[in-house]
Design a protein around this ligand. Structure first.
Ligand SMILES: Nc1ncnc2c1ncn2[C@@H]1O[C@H](COP(=O)(O)OP(=O)(O)OP(=O)(O)O)[C@@H](O)[C@H]1O
Ligand SMILES: [Mg+2]
Length: 254
């Protein structure tokens, strides 16, 4: 399998899933969440996934993003089997290519807003750095830090939070925290953004504001988007919409 080209398994998709299954064992009972699920998203596409609470939307998004191993089936990122590769390689793809917006922001409370946005770049900056280069690190760290901080500042500007860069997450409203989380998701310039009900915890007006920012960032930067939502109106903003029910996706028309 090559680094950049898609294979026939992915059919030219940026991200695809074949025969996905996920189940949990609770005592004697086996709880089937996803069953033989197929999914494809092409580069530059925006896709929404609807479904009732408990349908498995978060589970699916985490599996698609390399965060949670499926019980069966495969996920391909540009034709590369995410769960057939080493954990290190999967983590590297996740860090560099996939931006996550979680259902509940997940900002670190001790770091200020700009440091939260910078976090993904700090992780990926050290990938592959070998121990004998220790003496170069101090100088390198300075360069990386300054570059990352400047990128984070620009992203905060793009989500309308430039003046809150030095605040702690606890000092921000829910909508502001979610906008900071959008900036963080884009920090490493990922190819695809996976957003799990990014407006789910917000009132209608604030949710709309966050959504507008997200769609603008996605379109302006040519990103691919897979977004989970409860809201049928939101699905109209996306190129394609699916309903997740009984463990499978079906096309959703609004
Ligand atoms: N670690 C786990 N162990 C057992 N069951 C789990 C686990 N994680 C999730 N589940 C179950 O899997 C089902 C799907 O959960 P998931 O969080 O994916 O749903 P969802 O569609 O995202 O729901 P919501 O809209 O409420 O966020 C739920 O019934 C949940 O209880
Ligand atoms: Mg969920």
């Amino acid at each position: 399998m090559n680094e950049t080209g898609a294979t026939s398994a992915a059919g030219g998709a940026l991200l695809s899933a074949r025969g996905l299954a996920k189940s949990y064992t609770m005592g004697d009972a086996r709880l089937g969440i996803l069953r033989d699920l197929d999914f494809d998203v092409r580069a530059g596409e925006t896709v929404s996934i609807m479904g009732v609470s408990g349908a498995g939307k978060t589970t699916l998004l985490h599996i698609l993003g390399g965060l949670d191993r499926p019980s069966g089936g495969s996920v391909f990122y540009r034709g590369q089997d995410l769960y057939g590769m080493s954990t290190g390689r999967r983590n590297a793809i996740r860090a560099r290519k996939i931006g996550f917006v979680f259902q509940a922001y997940h900002l670190l409370p001790e770091l200020d807003v700009i440091e939260n946005v910078m976090l993904p770049s700090m992780n990926s900056a050290w990938d592959g750095m070998s121990a004998w280069r220790e003496r170069l690190r101090a100088a390198w760290r300075g360069v990386v830090y300054a570059g990352a901080r400047e990128r984070a500042r620009r992203l905060l500007e793009a989500v309308g939070l430039a003046e809150r860069a030095g605040h702690l997450p606890g000092e921000l409203s829910g909508g502001e925290q979610q906008r900071a989380a959008l900036a963080r998701a884009l920090m490493n310039d990922p190819e695809i953004v996976l957003a799990d009900e990014p407006t789910g915890n917000l009132d209608a007006a604030t949710g709309r504001q966050v959504l507008d920012r997200l769609m603008a960032l996605v379109h302006e930067n040519g990103k691919t988007l897979v977004m989970v939502t409860h809201n049928a109106a939101i699905t109209r903003l996306c190129d394609r919409a699916f309903d997740l029910a009984e463990g499978r996706l079906s096309p959703f028309s609004c």
